[in-house]
Design a protein around this ligand. Structure first.
Ligand code: LER
Ligand code: MN
Length: 267
């Protein structure tokens, strides 16, 4: 099992990025804990030197399986479904600007909260149309570089658009390209899926990336999810991507990351 953990390259309000702060220090900590890779949350690729990133990750022996983009929503309010066409355009261009970084490291581009929410006064059908158009444009820009986009179903308390795997699969049908798939997150699945295992089976080869956090969003093993059963199904369907820890840094970042890797490796 290849394990990675979320690290934010810029200051962010998002609480479940386990590591934040100085990049080099954190990369060294993550490598020393035994992780194979690091999932980078990058608000704006313009603020990151790819040469420096390559030098640092190489020096630590860490790969970059995925790039999180949600901070463009959290910190700047960019979204594919904003009623303002300028905001929608900026969100699309921002995702397209992640392609060179993703191509350099072979990373999946995550579409999390940058999809937005159905804002007051917006027709939900219209919001879905904007979402599909944006995803088609971004997937088309990524495809020639061999890059895949993964949309994450996110629980109802954080967004009104695409909360579960079934809605994610419907969206895949509408977008209609093979480099667009899903990122499943056990924290959201625990809230929205009738059966986490059945939904993983349903999504099958469309699972491009996988987040783990326990039911309380602490590290796996701190809540009541059955990770042995979940991961057995995930690998049985032929998933061979990364299992990426995205959990609260509780009781602190190092302890949570150490407990996660110990518990997951035991499985
Ligand atoms: C991001 O991967 C995620 O899981 C969301 O909860 C972001 O708010
Ligand atoms: Mn997640």
């Amino acid at each position: 099992m290849n394990l990675s953990i979320v690290l934010s390259t810029q200051p962010a309000q998002f609480q479940a990025a386990t590591f934040k702060g100085d990049l080099e220090t954190n990369l060294r900590r993550i490598a020393a804990l035994g992780y194979d890779g690091v999932e980078l949350a990058i608000r704006d690729p313009k603020l990151v030197s790819l040469d420096e990133l390559e030098r640092l990750t190489r020096a630590c022996g860490l790969s970059i399986p995925a790039i999180g983009t949600g901070q463009a929503w959290g910190e700047e309010g960019l979204s594919f479904t904003d009623p303002d066409p300028g905001v929608r355009r900026a969100a699309i261009e921002r995702i397209k600007s992640h392609v060179p970084c993703a191509a350099r490291f072979g990373a999946v581009i995550i579409i999390g909260l940058i999809r937005g929410i159905v804002k007051p006064g917006v027709d939900p059908v219209q919001a879905m149309d904007w979402l599909v158009e944006a995803l088609r444009e971004c997937s088309a820009a990524a495809r020639p570089h061999g890059i895949r986009l993964a949309l994450e179903p996110i629980n109802r308390y954080e967004t009104t658009l695409i909360n579960n795997a079934a809605q994610g699969l419907e969206l895949i049908e509408r977008v209609g390209t093979d480099n667009f798939g899903l990122l499943l997150d056990t924290f959201h699945m625990n809230i929205e899926e009738p059966s986490i295992e059945a939904s993983i089976r349903q999504c099958g080869a469309r699972i491009f990336h996988f987040h783990v956090a326990d039911s309380n969003r602490w590290y796996p093993g701190a809540g009541h999810l059955d990770f042995k059963s979940i991961l057995n199904v995930l690998f049985a369907i032929g998933y061979h991507g990364y299992v990426s820890g995205e959990f609260l840094p509780k009781p602190d970042a190092d302890t949570s990351a150490r407990q996660a890797i110990a518990n997951l490796r035991q499985i």
